[in-house]
Unconditional design. Structure first.
Ligand code: ADP
Ligand code: MG
Length: 314
């Protein structure tokens, strides 16, 4: 079921009930199972999730490298499930820029840094390539290394060139799949700092898949994916405390999708040994979730000690 077309108006990325099933011989792997996600223009957000939860599958679809089995994915007005081959080529060249974890997947080894950045512009038939490439390498802090080939650059420098390559044709969206996964923490911080600068100065929308707490601590929104669906979202804002110091407040929320589905955290499920079915009780200002305990059916919900939350009212 796909929802009304009004969903996600104004968002630069719209994923509506996205499904991706991989078939190998007789086996089916459901990598995405009805994933909803909206990303606003100029937003920088992170996606986290255990290995195998569907993060790369999602990014491959958003990058135009793979197509969803069902559901809708729209990026900057391009409907990714319905593009012709020609539109797809244009899309990949101009609308999205992608940065992969493996530094060498991002760059051609026999081209210098500046030639690597020029390459997407050559493919797109752009003018003023050298000037723009040098400008972008300056932006990522590699103005002194423009003639170096990737093998003569450190891992962090290679990823900074990769960011410049991704930006070459002024994409609306940059997708980065664990871009700092092969770097030490100091270098990760540098590369991530460059992504933040790009977001702030160019206004490019950035989606980063990462395991790195250092990264997630610095973005206003982190979405966690579990089993091919968004499960929680963490929002961060900065507040001034009593002493006048800036302090980051992070709050985690469960995602409630438009069909009313929500995933309970594993810790909660295990703590109360929830299984198969739960009782829900609507209270004045909250909904209680209670383990199913066999009792007389017309009874009020069973409420073992652990189930009664602090906000509970009678
Ligand atoms: P993540 O990036 O979060 O680690 P992936 O998106 O790579 O997860 O994978 C999600 C699930 O889909 C996994 O179970 C994985 O084995 C499966 N999968 C991903 N890509 C393919 C593929 N090309 N063929 C078959 N199964 C795949
Ligand atoms: Mg992955």
């Amino acid at each position: 079921m796909t929802h009304g077309s009004g969903y996600g108006q104004g968002a630069v990325i719209v994923c509506d009930n996205l499904v991706r099933i991989f078939k190998i011989a007789d086996l089916e792997a459901v990598a995405l199972q009805g994933l909803d996600l909206l990303v606003e223009p100029k937003e920088m957000m992170a996606i986290v999730g255990a290995s195998g939860s569907g993060k790369s599958t999602l990014l491959n679809i958003l990058g135009g490298l793979d197509v969803p089995t069902a559901g809708r994915a729209v990026v900057d007005g391009y409907d990714l499930a319905r593009m012709s081959r020609r539109e797809r080529t244009v899309y990949r060249r101009r609308v999205v820029g992608t940065i992969w974890q493996q530094t060498m997947r991002n760059l051609l080894p026999y081209l210098s840094a500046v030639e690597n950045v020029e390459l997407p512009m050559v493919l797109d038939g752009r003018r003023g390539r050298r000037g723009r490439a040098l400008e972008l390498l300056g932006l990522v802090g590699l103005g002194e290394r423009v003639g170096h080939r990737p093998t003569h650059l450190s891992g962090g420098e290679q990823q900074r060139v990769a960011i410049a390559v991704a930006l070459a044709n002024e994409p609306s969206v940059v997708l980065a799949d664990e871009p700092t996964g092969e770097l030490d923490s100091a270098t990760s911080a540098e590369v991530f700092g460059v992504l933040r600068k790009v977001n702030a100065e160019l206004g490019t929308t950035i989606v980063v898949v990462t395991h790195d707490a250092l990264v997630t601590d610095q973005v206003p929104r982190t979405v966690a994916i579990r089993d091919g669906r968004t499960s929680t979202v963490t929002l961060r804002r900065t507040e001034l405390d009593h002493a006048g110091e800036h302090r980051v407040i992070a709050e985690e929320f469960a995602v409630l999708d438009r069909a009313g589905r929500l995933q309970l955290p594993r810790t909660h499920i295990e703590a109360l040994e929830l299984r198969d079915r739960v009782r829900l009780r609507l209270e004045e200002d909250h909904v209680g979730v209670f383990p199913y305990v066999t009792r007389k059916l017309d009874d009020a919900p069973a409420e073992p000690a652990g189930a009664t939350g602090e906000g509970e009212r009678r």
